[in-house]
Write a protein that binds this ligand. Structure first.
Ligand SMILES: Nc1ncnc2c1ncn2[C@@H]1O[C@H](COP(=O)(O)OP(=O)(O)OP(=O)(O)O)[C@@H](O)[C@H]1O
Ligand SMILES: [Mg+2]
Length: 439
């Protein structure tokens, strides 16, 4: 082995091998099986417990191949029977080491893929989003059912994936289904499966998504759109932890973590009788609410660059954001939230003329919108599509000021005294600068 360039540590006997295994790191162990007092099998068990990543090749007499097979079951890479040729052993050694390298590369690769579904690919600069990330980290390892709320495009699916990616179920499937996209009968058979002939068109048995997701997570998107009769069936599945195919008689136990999302006000739906209260409480064991993008402006620019990095593989080609464009992006109301921002950036990157994205590169809706949806406009008058350009400087500045004050107040959770301190103005001045309620 040394003549082949390997570093070798020879030891006489299993007990001595145990000592150096515990203290040193080796790529490979080659061991005889019949030894005493500690034999090869016992040594192998020990090696796998203290150094699970290390490969092992066992040497055995022809007569004890059965023991060799046992060694393989215990995780030995291979065995070589005595008497052996040196070349034969060398080849096995090379294979073992190559395999080990492939495994560790594969593990690195898996870690990378996993990272892209975890937080690394998620922008969370605002205090609101930081809190959400903390919550995700805390609920992910549990099997608790999570209900994610928030306007359309706020990132509910992103959060659902992050919960799955940070749970022990991460290597098992994450199965999303949009409950609003299918009519009742199809939705039911998608979720629970069906047996052949259970309805017209059911030409064979079909596995439901709950079964597909077994061991993993199912993401029930737009749960508010689920028809009421199905709500009852879903409730039963969550309670019994078993599913029965449509038209079937047998039930099957399932082990699935449920994450649901809705952009509707569920409590309102319950009040109107459109959603079952008992199901709501089953689903919202842990509620997570995503705030709209207009309330977390700290995320806007980081998101812009996040989306640009996805568009420009080569970072040197990436344009910068001109301040005119930045002002628009940070003050637009984003009714479509992060998704709308993503589209706006795609638009801008398509139309950009130079190495800077300017206001003109943004979609018209955003260019003509400034102040139109803030709710804290500071009374700058009614605005048409060209409100931004047609306004006096004083009105514009006043509007900016009011927006900034409103942001700082919401950052301080509505505490005006702290907001005034942060702005370095008196509380009286702050009140004076706030828009009149009827303005
Ligand atoms: N914090 C974030 N960081 C990076 N990308 C995000 C973030 N939040 C949302 N996105 C992106 O914005 C888009 C919309 O997000 P997602 O589909 O999760 O929203 P949603 O709340 O499920 O919307 P809807 O209610 O319309 O289904 C996706 O392309 C997603 O990758
Ligand atoms: Mg969604």
């Amino acid at each position: 082995m040394r003549s082949q360039g390997f570093e070798v540590e020879p030891v006489l006997g299993g007990d001595k091998a145990k000592d150096i295994l515990a203290s040193d790191n080796f790529d490979l162990m080659i061991s005889d099986i019949r030894m005493s007092p500690v034999d090869g099998i016992e040594l192998l068990k020990y090696a796998k417990s203290v150094k699970p990543g290390m490969s092992a090749i066992m040497i055995t007499a022809y007569a004890s191949v059965e023991t060799a097979v046992e060694a393989m079951k215990l995780g030995a890479f291979d065995y070589v029977t005595k008497p052996f040729k040196v070349d034969e052993l060398l080849i096995t050694v090379q294979r073992a080491l190559e395999y080990r390298r492939a495994i560790s590369e594969n593990e690195e690769l898996k870690a990378q893929i996993q990272a892209s579904y975890g937080f690394e690919n998620m922008v969370a600069e605002s205090p609101d989003m930081r809190k959400i990330c903390d919550m995700v980290m805390r609920v992910a390892p549990t099997d608790q059912t999570v209900l994610i709320g928030g306007e359309s495009g706020t990132g509910k699916e992103v959060i659902a994936k992050a919960i799955h990616a940070n749970s022990v179920r991460k290597k098992k499937p994450f199965v999303p289904i949009n409950c609003a996209a299918l009519p009742e009968q199809l939705l039911e058979s998608e979720l629970f499966g069906h047996v052949k002939g259970s309805f017209t068109g059911a030409s064979g048995d079909k596995e439901g998504l709950f079964e597909t997701a077994d061991g993993g997570s199912i993401f029930l998107d737009e749960i508010g759109s689920m028809p009421k009769s199905l709500q009852g069936k879903l409730l039963r599945v969550l309670q019994e932890r078993e599913v029965r195919k449509v038209g079937g008689t047998k039930t099957r136990k399932i082990d699935v973590r449920v994450v649901a999302a809705s952009n509707e006000d569920m409590e309102d739906m319950i009040a109107k009788g459109d959603f079952r209260e008992d199901l709501f409480y089953r689903l919202s064991v842990i509620p997570i609410h995503l705030s709209p993008l207009r309330n977390r402006k700290e995320d806007i620019l980081p998101l812009v660059y996040h989306f640009m990095r996805q568009i420009y593989q080569n970072p040197e080609e990436m344009p910068t954001i001109d301040s005119s464009a930045q002002v628009l992006l940070e003050n637009y109301a984003w009714p479509g939230n992060v998704r709308e921002l993503e589209n706006a950036i795609k638009h801008a990157c398509t139309f950009v003329q130079s190495s800077r994205i300017v206001a003109e590169d943004l979609p018209g809706k955003i260019r003509g919108s400034i102040g139109a949806g803030g709710g804290s406009d500071g009374g700058s008058g009614t605005e048409g599509a060209d409100g931004f350009m047609g306004k006096s400087l004083k009105a514009f500045l006043r509007q900016k000021e009011a927006q900034y004050i409103a942001t700082v107040i919401s950052y301080h959770a509505g505490d005006k005294e702290s907001a005034a301190k942060a702005l370095k103005i008196s509380l009286a001045t702050l009140y004076r600068k706030l828009p009149e309620p009827n303005e």
